[in-house]
Write a protein that binds this ligand. Structure first.
Ligand SMILES: [Fe+2]
Length: 257
């Protein structure tokens, strides 16, 4: 059993053999939504694979009872995702990928393990034209902003589970169709004897090269600091106004090369 309290900012433990979170009384216990291989077929390079059956577990809308009202007032949601360490054929374990409507961003924190977040920005008028691809590599305690107008996937390249928390606007539903149509993100991350080989997704006639980043350790404007769990922003949720009003803010401080 792994205690995640100091990393999530909530009283939560992790059963690493079952890939399940263990809740105390508050936050109250939740059942995760489970992403299965059958639901993922359309976004895989190798659609013939049938294992692992379960890939990742989504605990949506996690909160302490006393915080419920302030979270609703700010139109936000706090989620936790547990991603197994495994392979999908030659691909590293990943999430399905989606876009957000309008330009809603999202804010992730790695609470356990290590994450790659592949983000891609399509042309406003043609989703087959990808204008920009970035990969953000983040370790425990680091934050990843999913930028406005970018779709995103998470990739687990380590042999440990990857657990992320995220703050996101409660005002939209994610859009999975374009990722399904393209059979995944702009690039596939292949396991090449423990090294990553990035292979272009042939659905896209032309693709820009990937730009690699790591998160900046401090983004004071959004109240973010590596190692300080972002659930603690519960006392200052105005800092997360960018999640509902993205056009009012600038994002060049999110990452460094
Ligand atoms: Fe998202």
């Amino acid at each position: 059993m792994i205690d995640l309290s100091n990393f999530v900012g909530l009283n939560i433990k992790f059963n690493s053999s079952q890939y399940r979170l263990i809740f105390d009384k508050d936050p109250a216990s939740k059942e995760p939504a489970v992403r299965t291989i059958d639901q993922m077929k359309e976004v895989l390079k190798d659609q013939a694979i049938s294992t692992p059956k379960e890939l990742y577990f989504m605990y949506r809308d996690v909160y302490c009872l006393k915080d419920n009202d302030v979270i609703r007032e700010h139109k936000l949601r706090f989620d936790i995702t547990v991603i197994k360490p495994d392979r999908l054929g030659r691909e590293f374990m990943k999430t399905a990928g989606h876009y957000h409507p309008k330009s809603y961003p999202e804010l992730y924190e790695v609470v356990y393990g290590e994450a790659l977040c592949l983000q891609q920005r399509p042309d406003e008028n043609d989703s087959k034209k990808i204008k920009e691809v970035i990969v953000v590599k983040a370790k425990q305690g680091q934050k990843i902003i999913c930028l406005p107008h970018f779709g995103h996937i998470l990739i687990n390249i380590s042999d440990k589970p990857l657990i992320t928390s995220n703050w996101v606007s409660s005002e939209f539903s994610s859009e999975y169709e374009l990722y399904k149509m393209a059979r995944g993100a702009a690039y596939y991350a292949f396991d090449d004897q423990e090294n990553i080989t990035w292979q272009k997704n042939e659905f896209f006639p032309e693709l820009p090269k990937i730009t690699f980043f790591t998160p900046n350790d401090k983004i004071p404007e959004f109240g973010l600091k590596t190692g300080t769990p972002m659930y603690s922003l519960i006392n200052d949720l105005n800092k997360l106004d960018f999640l509902n009003n993205p056009e009012r803010y600038r994002y060049e401080k999110a990452f460094k090369k």
